[in-house]
Design a protein around this ligand. Sequence first.
Ligand code: ADP
Length: 500
Amino acid sequence: MATATLPAMLPSVKSFVAEKRKMLVNGKWIEAVSDRTFEVFNPATGDVLAHVASGDVQDINAAVKAARAAFETGPWSRMTPSDRGKLIWKLADLIEQHLEEFAQLESLDNGKPLTVARVADVPLAIDLFRYMAGWATKIEGNTIPVSVPYAPGAKFFAYTTREPVGVVGQIIPWNFPLLMAAWKLGPALAAGCTVVLKPAEQTPLSALLLGKLICEAGFPDGVVNIVTGFGETAGAALAQHPGIDKIAFTGSTEVGKLIVEAAARDLKKVTLELGGKSPNIVFGDADLNTAIAGAANAIFFNHGQCCCAGSRLYVEQGIFDDVVNGVAEAARSIKVGEGFAPDTQMGPLVSEEQLNRVSGYLDAGFAEGAEAVCGGKRGSGTGYFVEPTVLVKTNAKMKVVQEEIFGPVVTAMPFKSAEDIAPIANDTVYGLAAGIWTSDISKAHRAAAQLRAGTVWINCYNVFDAALPFGGYKQSGWGREMGHDALENYTETKAVCIAI
Ligand code: ADP
């Protein structure tokens, strides 16, 4: 556990968590219709951190109504793309001015190191909004030469426009609370949609601070509504709501399937960013030091609570022991502790439920014959800590190799040659990301082409950028976040054809 003196909470953060937090509907901060609240916990201690309004069907109904009115008749519907872009940019500036508050809230609520939230979560969210602000004025259609073979001699002028898909429901997870809100809101707002956002019940605080800044930036009422609450209540009500044109979800594959079922009733548009079990492949000719550090970062960043975590480490057999020992040494050296401590490199898992889930996977792995080179246990104390763990003696059939653990647990397995590895790496229902470590550029490109994954990192891992699309093959999802691909999720194409 980290022992360094903890920095003080900013007074603004202290008062933010002390006050009962309300929801944002139609530009106003309101209690839940039921008047219920739920508790949010500090995962480093298990203590109650804040009380938040517990939204349900009626709150979702009010939020959807407000978003519909804002989309159809409000000032947002008449705003120029340039003005939309300016508002999004202004929001980014405001987040930047409140960077430390966001970083502290994120660390308190999610457990992640404050030092990481400051340099990763918050700056990435700011950058995403700025990137999407630029797109607001560049969502263009095409002019299309048409031939119409059954109308010889007739002449037509045809073009397409990209129109906002409408009112969007967005459900986000707890692993990067602010950043996931940014990934969802940025492209929706750039495209001209209106939104009902439901943050995860474990980590609703940064989205609520973001809501304050959305109001301060001057977004018209009802453009962004934020309903806090549980998945089975507020989340399910949003996914089923007939007044929503599209639902965007990030979370587990299991819940993703429920979202699809709910959306199927009225054929809402759906995009999903789901789980992963990403292979990270180290070839014998890789630079060992870089690959070892990279493999450790691939799994241990954000405590393994990343959908793209490099959780299956495949190492060419000649260097297997060196790489596994190196990653285990890196794991042992990770300073685990409270997110606020300046020397903490890994905080607690987000919740007791998540701790139990990860511990359950470790038990299952050991029962099936896996061995821990390091870690393998819960941490001590009342927080939701687990030791960074490297498992060996694993095989493709084991639960720990097939299922997403979403914790700091990597399974390491040797492979024989470049020819064998692609089918092994692809042997999962997921296809979110993959890593390749080699000094042979041709081998890297060959392997990248063979991997069924939405992102392939070569001699790096966990490199994210607002301009780089991110999303999954297979059961890792539908559609892409970030980059200009993300705008596809929030626009409809209209073809217009004129006889001339
Ligand atoms: P995890 O299991 O890691 O907590 P989930 O997929 O359950 O991840 O949660 C991601 C988001 O989905 C959260 O905002 C959660 O409240 C929401 N959610 C959970 N269950 C449902 C559901 N049945 N319908 C809609 N949203 C849900």
